[in-house]
Design a protein around this ligand. Structure first.
Ligand code: SF4
Length: 99
């Protein structure tokens, strides 16, 4: 019986900025992120006013709100920026008449 080969692919092997091919570039403490170019990041809001501050992947790290970070895209991210990976945060759910 032939041995089974198992390969777990969690992200595509393109678009990463560090080390190429999905490598971590020597810093393997955190998972690789997509490059701004791959994500088509821009420093202004996208269609319908979508912006990083409203995205589930946004990480607010600075109290002054100038530049922050993202779980998916590398580098500093502005709260008014946007990329094609945007996913809007959902408002708190209401159950019955209790909101
Ligand atoms: S995924 Fe894109 S839109 Fe969302 S916070 Fe990151 S850079 Fe901004």
């Amino acid at each position: 019986m032939a041995a089974l080969s198992t390969t777990i692919v969690t992200r595509p092997a393109y678009g990463f900025h560090e080390g190429g091919g999905g490598g971590c570039g020597g810093d393997c403490k955190s998972p690789p992120k997509y490059s701004k170019i791959f994500a088509k990041y821009q420093d202004h809001p996208g269609k319908d006013g979508q912006s990083c501050a409203d995205c589930i992947f946004f990480i607010r790290t600075r109290a002054d709100g100038q530049m922050d970070h993202c779980h998916l895209v590398s580098g500093e991210i502005g709260p008014h920026g946007w990329c094609r990976l945007f996913v809007r945060q959902q408002p708190a759910q209401c159950y019955g008449n209790r909101c």
